[in-house]
Write a protein that binds this ligand. Structure first.
Ligand code: SF4
Ligand code: FES
Length: 243
């Protein structure tokens, strides 16, 4: 892969051509806030817009989302200018108005000095107060897990992830990857008495034969065994007691 030099906030870094600006910044200890980007998911990013930066190239400046803007020869990026902070504050104010219950967004907004919103708070179902409709959960389910249990439904401000007809999905394995990946904690995953509940469905958990901790849904074990041919007895013990 071709290596190129890129300047971020006045410092020069070497990076593989076409790596996104956000990745290069992260690897070099430069903080750019982000919500909808996950490096494990190729189709993530570009939706929340909190990662906006200035991209200077060929005598022109553009505001770009750093999570999907590739580094190229001659690119100079500025992450900490008055313009970047002003636009970022506006983006965070809109997100805060949309999902006032998300602690992550409240903290991110407070770090930019935004604590009050000028816009009307969205009225809706409870879980909607945290969802920014970034689709990361859907993409993780499809791309990383390889199960297509959820999809984005509705349009505009009502857009959200859901199982088909909001009913328990036939294909969901209860792995919880969507909930772990969600940047705003919008997906409810509850566990009680060895049963995990997610997306309107209960999943019986396998208990570790050593410590007794319920640690993986039976449906997830079934799925891994069917896909990989792994010996089912491998899952008798939790990762802490396997070796
Ligand atoms: S539930 Fe989370 S990951 Fe899914 S669309 Fe909403 S904010 Fe994004
Ligand atoms: S992290 Fe870049 S647009 Fe969301």
């Amino acid at each position: 892969m071709e290596k190129i030099s890129v300047v971020i906030d006045g410092r020069t870094f070497e990076a593989e051509k076409d790596t996104c600006v956000l990745e290069v910044a992260r690897r070099n200890g430069i903080y750019i806030p982000s919500l909808c980007y996950n490096s494990e998911v190729t189709s993530s990013g570009g939706s929340c817009r909190v990662c906006l930066v200035e991209a200077h190239q060929g005598g022109r400046m553009r505001l770009v989302t750093s999570c999907n803007y590739p580094v190229r020869k001659g690119l100079e990026v500025k992450t900490d200018t008055p313009l970047v902070h002003r636009i970022r504050r506006g983006v965070l104010e809109l997100l805060l108005a949309r999902v006032p219950d998300s602690e992550v967004i409240r903290e991110m907004a407070a770090a930019e000095g935004v604590t009050e919103v000028r816009f009307r708070k969205d009225e809706g179902e409870n879980e909607r107060y945290k969802c920014i409709a970034c689709a990361l959960c859907v993409n993780v389910c499809a791309e990383v897990v390889g199960v297509h249990a959820i999809a984005m439904v509705e349009r505009g401000a009502d857009k959200k992830p859901a199982t088909p007809y909001n009913k328990p999905s036939d294909v969901c394995i209860g792995c919880g990857a969507c909930a772990y990946a969600c940047p705003t904690g919008a997906i409810e995953l509850k566990e009680k008495d060895g049963v995990r509940r997610i997306w309107h469905k209960d999943f019986k958990m396998v208990r570790c034969s050593v410590c007794g901790t319920p640690y993986i849904p039976e449906a997830q074990v079934d799925w891994i065994v069917s896909k990989t041919g792994k010996d089912r007895s491998f899952f008798d013990k939790c990762p802490d007691h396997r070796f």
